[in-house]
Design a protein around this ligand. Sequence first.
Ligand SMILES: Nc1ncnc2c1ncn2[C@@H]1O[C@H](COP(=O)(O)OP(=O)(O)OP(=O)(O)O)[C@@H](O)[C@H]1O
Ligand SMILES: [Mg+2]
Length: 229
Amino acid sequence: MNPEVPTVELVGVSLTYAGPPVVAALHDVDLRLRRNEYVAVVGPSGSGKSTLLNILGLLDRPTGGTFRLSGIDVSTLPEADRAALRGERIGFVFQSFHLLEHRTAVENLLVATLYRPTKVGRADRVARAEQVLTRVGMRERMYARPAQLSGGERQRVAIARALMNAPDLLLCDEPTGNLDSVNAAKVLALIDEVHQAGQTVVVITHDPVVAARAERRIAITDGSVTESG
Ligand SMILES: Nc1ncnc2c1ncn2[C@@H]1O[C@H](COP(=O)(O)OP(=O)(O)OP(=O)(O)O)[C@@H](O)[C@H]1O
Ligand SMILES: [Mg+2]
């Protein structure tokens, strides 16, 4: 992939929820993220952070403006194409992990491969899952289920799942929000490693300590984006 092409390019992006009541959640957002940038998004509750993440993750479509993901204009793509791109190019990490409780860590990673258009054999997918879990420090526990894991370990499994398809963009919504400080530090160290390995990373956070890890901080207030240094 051409490193000159930004991973994310939003031009005049707006999202208005039809309601009722009508909510202008984002307005006229311009944002460009270079490949391999590490960006924190901060702002008060209700300011539009998750809305922005949902747009970047192709879960929501802007109601105005243009979004190019790695050079592809995704604002006008049919839903099926957006879903395929989402599976291939986007990894999500959520505050509450969103793991399947009754499945092992390996099985949770296999879920990430179900929606891919190209089918890879199960043995190869399991090998890939084991490799990624080893990378996040979960080699010893990869056949454990979430209930048998600590919060920090669950989040490492969730990060591994997000990395399973080697996405262009890793999107994290309050990734340390449910963790104590020790586990939070481990998860942040892992996100740093992911960034150093070449990934573009966006982290939404309320926590100034988390925001300080990123190279760049973006603030959202009432649906408008400002660079906050
Ligand atoms: N599906 C929806 N339908 C209508 N309004 C919505 C919807 N989702 C979010 N909103 C509204 O859009 C605005 C932005 O919400 P968003 O979830 O992006 O905030 P946030 O910055 O992530 O907040 P928090 O820090 O509490 O997670 C809020 O006013 C919210 O009430
Ligand atoms: Mg939110």
